[in-house]
Design a protein around this ligand. Structure first.
Ligand code: GDP
Ligand code: ZN
Length: 315
C-alpha cells in the first residue's frame, strides 16, 4: 500500500517530525527529503511546527523504521520568526500558519513591562499573526488594582486588541478561551511565570506533553530538543505551547516602518504632513497630535520610541 497526502507538522525533534492530517489527530513520523533543506537556507529549520507539508510513504502505516518522507512545504499563511540578535542572519521559524496567538500577560506576579509586551505585539503584526491578549491571574489583583486593570484594557483595546480576563485558579474566562481556541491552530505565549502552563491545563486538564501513541523518546534528536509542539485540546483546537519569550528579534525594519506595526498609529499616520515620517520630530505629525490628544496612548507611543532607540544600537 502507498500512502501520500498533505499533513500538518505537530512536532519536530532533530531530523524527525510528527505529522497529522488535521483535523484528524493520528500522528505518524516523517523525515525530510534532502532537497527541502537547501530551499530553507537562511533558516535553521526549513520545516516548522504548523507547516502544511506534502508527504509520501511506501506503506500504509508509517512507523519509526519506515517514516513518511516530506516532499514539499506548502506556502505559509504566516510564520513567527526568531533571530538570535538583530544582526544575526540565522533565523528560526517558531511556528507557522497560526490562526491566533494568545499572549499571556499579568499586571502583577510578575508585573508585565509594557515595552516588552509591545515588542511581542509588533512581531506578531510583522509576521501577520492575529493576537488576543489574556490578562491572567485577575483573581489576585483585580480588586486591589482596579485602575491599573482598566488602564491596561483601555490601552490595548484602543490599540485594536481583544483582551480576555482569565484566571487559571477560579476558571474565569476559560470558557471564552476554549471557544476562541476551537477549530483554530493557536500559539500560547508570554513571559515565563504568567501562567501559560496553568491556562493550558485549565483549557483541557487531560493535556500533557505526551502526544499520541508514538514514543517520543525515540524522536528526540541528539542535537535539537523540540521547544515547540502542537497539542490537541478537547475543545477542538490545537495549541502550540511556546517557552517564555523575551521578545523576538525583530526583522530588519526600517525606522519609518516600525509605526506600521502599531495598528493605531498606522491609521493616523496617513495624515502626517511628511512622508516618510518617523513620528518623532517632524512638524505636522498626526501621530504626535493623536498622542497629545490622548487618542493614542502615551504608553504605546513610549514603547514605539524605545524601539526606535533600540534599533539604533543594532545598526
Ligand atoms: P508559565 O511559566 O507561564 O507556564 O506559568 P505557570 O503556569 O507555571 O504559572 C506560574 C505560577 O503562577 C504558578 O505558581 C501558578 O500556580 C500560578 N498561576 C498561574 N495562573 C494563575 C492564576 O490565574 N491565578 C493565580 N492566583 N495563580 C496563577
Ligand atoms: Zn508622523
Amino acid at each position: 500500500m502507498h500512502k501520500s497526502g498533505t499533513a500538518t507538522v505537530v512536532k519536530n525533534a532533530g531530523s524527525h517530525y510528527l505529522l497529522s492530517e488535521l483535523p484528524e489527530w493520528e500522528l505518524f513520523p516523517a523525515v525530510l527529503r534532502g532537497k527541502i533543506r537547501l530551499e530553507g537556507a537562511g533558516s535553521t529549520n526549513p520545516v516548522a511546527v504548523g507547516d502544511h507539508v506534502e508527504y509520501v510513504c511506501d506503506r500504509d502505516a508509517p512507523d519509526l523504521e519506515h517514516p513518511a518522507a516530506i516532499t514539499s512545504v506548502l506556502p505559509r499563511k504566516n510564520g513567527l520568526i526568531r533571530r538570535s540578535t538583530n544582526l544575526s542572519r540565522q533565523s528560526h521559524v517558531i511556528a507557522a500558519n497560526i490562526d491566533m496567538a494568545f499572549i499571556v500577560a499579568t499586571l502583577y506576579f510578575p508585573e508585565i513591562k509594557l515595552p516588552f509586551l509591545d515588542r511581542i505585539l509588533v512581531s506578531c503584526e510583522v509576521y501577520g499573526v492575529p493576537v488576543t491578549l489574556l490578562l491572567n491571574k485577575v483573581d489576585l489583583y483585580r480588586d486591589e488594582a482596579r485602575e491599573q486593570v482598566e488602564a491596561f484594557k483601555r490601552i490595548y483595546s484602543s490599540a485594536g486588541y481583544r483582551i480576555i480576563e482569565t484566571s487559571a485558579v477560579t476558571g474565569e474566562g476559560i470558557d471564552e478561551l476554549r471557544k476562541e481556541c476551537s477549530g483554530k491552530v493557536c500559539l500560547l505565549s508570554g513571559e515565563s511565570g504568567a501562567g501559560k502552563s496553568s491556562l493550558i491545563r485549565a483549557i483541557d486538564p487531560s493535556l500533557s506533553p505526551k502526544v499520541g501513541s508514538i514514543s517520543l523518546a525515540h524522536l528526540q534528536g541528539k542535537h535539537t530538543t523540540s521547544l515547540y509542539e502542537m497539542y490537541r485540546a478537547q475543545c477542538g483546537g490545537w495549541i502550540i505551547d511556546s517557552p517564555g519569550l523575551r521578545g523576538f528579534g525583530l526583522a530588519d525594519l526600517e525606522k519609518d516602518e516600525v509605526a506600521r506595526y502599531f495598528p493605531e498609529m498606522l491609521e493616523v499616520s496617513r495624515e502626517c504632513r511628511f512622508v516618510p515620517c518617523t513620528h518623532t520630530h517632524e512638524p505636522g505629525c498626526a501621530v504626535k497630535a493623536a498622542v497629545d490628544e490622548g487618542r493614542i496612548s502615551a504608553e504605546r507611543y513610549n514603547s514605539y520610541l524605545g524601539m526606535l532607540e533600540e534599533d539604533k544600537k543594532f545598526r
